[in-house]
Design a protein around this ligand. Structure first.
Ligand code: COA
Length: 261
């Protein structure tokens, strides 16, 4: 990992806490932040000490207030495609990350910030969070996967309404439409996020990885292919130490001690 200017990585036991820190611009994603985000996730992917990643924004005001509008204002149609692709690639690497990634949203998650939260596997918000895709008000569309992922999460009708109006929704509404799993008080956000992520990372790591793999693959294939794939992964898990440990622990009425093998 090269030097990071806009992202910090801390460890809480086997969780990596990744914080986007560009507070003077409400953590807006310029090209450097996007590149650093890609480098951080690529570095964490092969780190056996990391069981899960918690992604958040520094400060109390924003998770991420979008792509950097100052940079976007300079783009032409060639660089526009590149800007979109670069963001999409990094967000896709987060979506395909083999360990659970949870977004903890304590403030504005707008435009690219909302799209970033959508690329994570789960989202939890404080009651100060605001979500929205305001891009059409700037004469553009969401370009980091938002036109695809929002509809998958909250349904096409709601996604169309949010995308075409550019309206923000508060945390309570985000929870009601399935955009976030839980809403907390601001001071409890990180503890609640860690507790949720730890619940996931206490399960069999290979099972978690393959559950994500099966669910995301199913979005891109027919039901028949997805079912075939699910059976293959199910069979694969039968060869793991984790499966033997998980079932043995149940039968012996004790907590499983998984090793991700
Ligand atoms: N890109 C670049 N800079 C941004 C930004 C973005 N997406 N969002 C906020 N900023 C900057 C502001 O320009 C301001 O910088 P300055 O102090 O140098 O002028 C700083 O962050 C603070 O933002 P400000 O607008 O003063 O805060 P606010 O509390 O009045 O409003 C928002 C907060 C989030 C409502 C407002 O900043 C906003 O609408 N941001 C843009 C959201 C957006 O359209 N995102 C999608 C982009 S594709």
């Amino acid at each position: 990992m090269t030097d990071l200017n806009f992202i910090t990585v801390e460890w809480d036991a086997d969780l990596a806490i990744v914080t986007i820190d560009r507070q003077d611009k409400l953590n807006a994603l310029n090209a450097d932040v996007v590149r650093e985000l890609g480098e951080v996730f690529s570095g964490l992917q092969d780190d056996d000490n990391v069981l899960g990643v918690l992604l958040t924004g520094a400060g109390t005001k924003a998770f991420v207030a979008g792509a950097d509008i100052g940079e976007l204002a300079q783009m032409d149609s060639i660089s526009g495609v590149r800007v979109s692709r670069d963001g999409q690639d990094v967000f896709r690497s987060i979506e395909r990350f083999p360990k659970p990634v949870l977004a903890a949203v304590g403030g504005y998650a707008l435009g690219g910030g909302c799209e970033l939260a959508l690329a994570c596997h789960m989202r939890i918000a404080s009651d100060r969070a605001r979500f929205g895709l305001p891009e059409v008000g700037l004469g553009i569309i969401p370009g980091y996967g938002g036109t695809i992922r929002l509809a998958r999460l909250v349904g096409l009708g709601r996604a169309i309404e949010l995308t075409l109006t550019g309206d923000m929704v508060d945390a309570e509404r985000a929870h009601a439409i399935g955009l976030v799993s839980k809403v907390t008080a601001p001071e409890e956000l990180m503890d609640e996020a860690k507790a949720l992520l730890r619940k996931v990372t206490s399960k069999g790591p290979v099972a978690i990885r393959l559950a994500l793999e099966s669910m995301y693959r199913a979005l891109d294939t027919s039901t028949a292919e997805a079912l075939d794939y699910e059976s293959t992964l199910f069979g694969l898990l039968a060869s793991t130490e984790d499966m033997r440990e998980g079932m043995q622990a149940f039968l012996e009425k004790r907590k499983a001690d998984f090793h991700g093998r």
